[in-house]
Design a protein around this ligand. Sequence first.
Ligand code: IZC
Ligand code: ZN
Length: 411
Amino acid sequence: MGKTLIRNIGCLQTPVGSYSHKGSKQGINEKYQNTAIVIEDGIIREITSGGREPAAEGFDEVIDAEGKLVTPGLFDGHTHLIFGGYRQHEIAMKLAGADYLDILRAGGGILDTVRKTREASFEELYAKAEAFLDEMLDFGITSCEAKSGYGLDPENEIKMLEVIRALGEKHPMDVVPTFMGAHAVPPEYEGRGDDYIDMMCEELMPEVRRRGLAEFADIFCEDSVFNAEQSRRYLEKAAELGFGLKIHADEIEAIGGSQLAGELHAASAEHLIAIREDGMDSMAEGGTTAMLLPATSFYLGKTFAPAKRMIEKGIPVAIASDFNPGSCPSLNLQFAINLGCLKYRMTPEEVLTAVTINPACGCGRGDLLGTLEPGKQADLVIWNAPDFEMVCYRFGSNLAQHVMKKGVLVK
Ligand code: IZC
Ligand code: ZN
């Protein structure tokens, strides 16, 4: 791979450190003007300061950043990347007045995607998700988390996780695998949610662990899906087996998910649109990252999670896409950045932290990813922008001009 120099960087903006940033730290980024980055074998070796640039001799590749902004590659910490079909027909149902949970209760929504995912072969799911990962890279996203959860039986959950594993091995992106067998109650278990959770805990979760197919376990704790008691049982079993914990909590109704997340020291709690003060207190105490999904609020026509209050309370805030075929059919994390500023009222610095180091830490990758510092992987974006404020301000365009993954330009 050799030695690469990125020279003529107008502004390099990055959080620093390998830990999640909370409270006032959320809004602290380093900003270096007129700098250069030395990369060796995919790892950052040096960031020069004071306008000093190493001589170009001795480098295998020299990249001119043309005076533009460089940031860490974006980390999308919450996606449902693997799915069969799409759900564009739900648009008409929504226009006729149905909301997200109405559609699910009627056997559509997630369950519609489950039918199509069960029908799809490994190869079909792989090819579709591979194209999504290519599109993500094009938007400057260099790592993501990916959940199962549209199989909802042993065969199809394992099929999904094997697709995720194969993508992680073959695609340039780093892909963090999450087991989400408890995404909905499948039709075979209709009205028997407790039995389904028993099957997850006794059969499938241990099998996923044995095969090493996932690092995290996640559950949809929501009105009409899984209650807090079922979520506790599932997550306690997951912790016992060695999974990191994630929980879809307080998306539509606050039924105890965020309290549980904090109590179990979950790595992250997702959504949190309807969170209350006691849920935030529990998360702050448990050290749980808030994985906020503003494009989902936008798409469902909901309010926006109280991100600033969470920062005040000392909860590390991350912003992710929630890419999925139902509540957020967009993987454009740049749009979530715009919403982070405009709807959460977060500063550009707080938002950059929320799409780099905080999701990296929430997904167990803070040691290698999420900042630009010596020793970290050379995952970065050269933006068609002079500063990060421009990325927060422009929306609808793709401002990622060049994208580097593990020291190699992929765009
Ligand atoms: O397919 O609707 N919220 N799970 C929880 C989703 C959205 C994905 C979906
Ligand atoms: Zn989700």
